[in-house]
Structure formats: structure tokens, C-alpha cells
Design a protein around this ligand. Structure first.
Ligand code: NCD
Length: 308
């Protein structure tokens, strides 16, 4: 079995079989990560550049660790301390790096479509680590892996994606993935943070009522308010957002069942999630982070072993 694609640009262009293959391979790598020696030689002789044009903690460390656990050689690029700040174009920067015999590019960029552009112009395999408000495929894959681990399936699972849907590449990739795998999706948040035609365009239900949504779902995937991507006022204050859409212990305790609480991080404690919810046993936020390494190992391994 191999992936149907040379690059991981988004979930949109993956098949159901691709997703299942990545998740089952990640399961095997998760086992490797429980061993005393957490390293395998699979990517010896493969060189990978981590090209981060936008800030990141989890995703960057997770990719770097995944590469190291697979024995790849890695180099790291942060745009703030590179020649990008001297005016070099993205394509020139990447071609210079590739001329040093680099095989794969992991890229985060604030421009939606930047990895798709690169894929048309360079020979190396590209993995999208988040492009603007478009997609963040490895986040959706690690979210799916975590749901499957907790609930034993994806098909038929009711997932609520709550918060700033409008600016969220995590929401986009999750919606594509969950729809392909037969889960049921509701997006919930204030009307100003939910794209108007999302129901028809992406085949999801829309709710503006947090309590009803929580009562319906098995999993709540809670998103950060992306203030850095908002150029107008979309709600009156963070305090008011918290009062209407923040997840509190009280609201969770009022439900008749225990739901799984997820968040891709970074969390704004006290805005979208109250502190005691974040630290409760219902929250699987740190399991998501742990699973991220195994999932990224699977993606790197499968793309580097792909025969054209
Ligand atoms: C997210 C991102 O950067 O898209 N974080 C992540 O990668 N875990 C979400 C966010 O920034 O809120």
C-alpha cells in the first residue's frame, strides 16, 4: 500500500484509503515511541528542511522529533532569522536549500496556498504544516488518531468544532477528514466567526448554541480565537466570548454524558476553555500532542517510501 499523492498539501486531496493508511502506520510508530529506544533507521540518508515562515511551538518540535526518531538529517529555518527578511523570494530560498541535496520540505506559511505553489515548482516532497487559513493536514490526522484511540472509531462519531471557524485551518482540515471518514460534524460559534455558506460548501451542520451542541456531541474540538488573523472586530470582547462560548466545568457537568475535549493548542486559558476544563481528565490535549509525533512519523515515512 502506498499514498496516492507525492505531497501532503491538505486533507482535501487525500483518499479515505490514504487517511486509513496514515492512521494505521501511526499506530505502529506509536508503539516504537513506547520502547526504551525510540528510534528506527527508516529515514537514514533522507534530509529534511523544516521551513517555518510563521510561529510555531508544537508543530515544529513535533516534526523535528518525528524526523529524528526516523533517523533523518534535519535542518531548521525560521524566516525571522533568515535572508527572507532581506527580500529573498520563497522560491529562491527553497531552491538554494534544495541545491544542498535536501529531499523533503516541511513548510508553514501565513499565505494560504504557499505549499501548493512550491509543489508546482520544485522536485522535493512537500508537507504542509499549516498554510494561512487554508489547511493544517497533520493536525487533523493527529486529531483523528486521538478520537479513534479514545472512542475506537471515526465512523458515526459526533464531532463539534467550536470557536473561530472562519480563521481556522485546523477546522478546514478536520471537516474534510471527518466527512471522508463518515463522522458527523457540527460547527459552533458566534455567527461572525462562521463562514456563511459553510453548510452547503463543506457539508456540515451549523449551530450558534453552545449548550445544545455540547449535549449532542461525543467530541468537542475547541479552537483558539485567532486574533492575529482578524482585521475587524468580530465580537465585543474576550470576556463576552468566554461567557457565551467558553467551555466551563459547570456546562460540562450539566451534560448527561462525559464528552472528550480536544484543542490543537495554543490554548488561551479562560477564553475558549476554562483552566479547570483544560486540566481535567476529559481533556486529551496532551495526548493529541503525544500522538502528533507518531502521526508525523507516519506521513514522513509513507511519503519518503513512495514509488513514483
Ligand atoms: C494551530 C495552528 O497553528 O494552526 N496550532 C497548531 O498547529 N497546533 C492552531 C492555532 O494557532 O490556534
Amino acid at each position: 500500500m502506498q499514498l496516492s499523492t507525492r505531497h501532503l498539501l491538505g486533507i482535501k486531496n487525500l483518499t479515505k484509503e490514504d487517511i486509513s493508511l496514515i492512521l494505521s502506520t501511526a499506530g505502529q510508530f506509536k508503539e516504537v515511541l513506547q520502547r526504551p529506544v525510540k528510534k528506527v533507521p527508516s529515514l537514514r540518508d533522507v534530509t529534511i528542511v523544516n521551513l517555518f515562515y510563521e510561529n510555531s511551538t508544537r508543530t515544529r518540535f513535533s516534526f523535528e522529533l518525528a524526523e529524528k526518531r526516523l533517523s533523518a538529517d534535519t535542518i531548521n529555518f525560521a524566516s525571522s532569522n533568515s535572508s527572507a527578511s532581506k527580500g529573498e523570494t520563497l522560491l529562491d530560498t527553497v531552491n538554494n536549500i534544495l541545491s544542498m541535496k535536501v529531499d523533503m520540505v516541511v513548510m508553514r506559511h501565513s499565505a494560504s496556498g504557499a505549499p501548493h505553489f512550491l509543489a508546482k515548482h520544485i522536485p522535493a516532497a512537500i508537507i504542509n504544516a499549516g498554510d494561512g487559513v487554508n489547511e493544517h493536514p497533520t493536525q487533523a490526522l493527529l486529531d483523528a488518531f486521538t478520537i479513534n484511540e479514545k472512542l475506537g472509531k471515526l465512523k458515526g462519531v459526533k464531532v463539534a468544532i467550536i470557536g473561530d471557524i472562519l480563521h481556522s485551518r485546523v477546522a478546514m482540515s478536520n471537516i474534510y477528514l471527518l466527512n471522508k471518514m463518515g463522522a458527523k460534524v457540527v460547527v459552533c460559534g458566534p455567527p461572525t466567526l462562521i463562514p456563511i455558506h459553510i453548510k452547503e460548501a463543506l457539508n456540515v451542520e451549523v449551530s450558534y448554541n453552545l449548550k445544545e451542541t455540547l449535549a449532542w456531541c461525543d467530541v468537542a474540538n475547541v479552537l483558539r480565537i485567532q486574533l492575529e488573523r482578524q482585521n475587524q472586530v468580530l465580537f465585543s470582547s474576550l470576556r463576552e466570548y468566554n461567557l457565551t462560548y467558553g467551555i466551563t466545568k459547570e456546562v460540562l457537568n450539566s451534560l448527561k454524558k462525559e464528552i472528550v475535549v480536544m484543542h490543537p493548542g495554543p490554548v488561551n486559558r479562560g477564553v475558549e476553555l476554562d483552566s479547570d476544563v483544560m486540566d481535567s481528565k476529559q481533556s486529551v490535549i496532551l495526548q493529541q500532542v503525544e500522538n502528533g509525533v507518531a502521526v508525523r512519523m507516519a506521513v514522513l515515512y509513507l511519503l519518503s517510501n513512495r514509488k513514483n
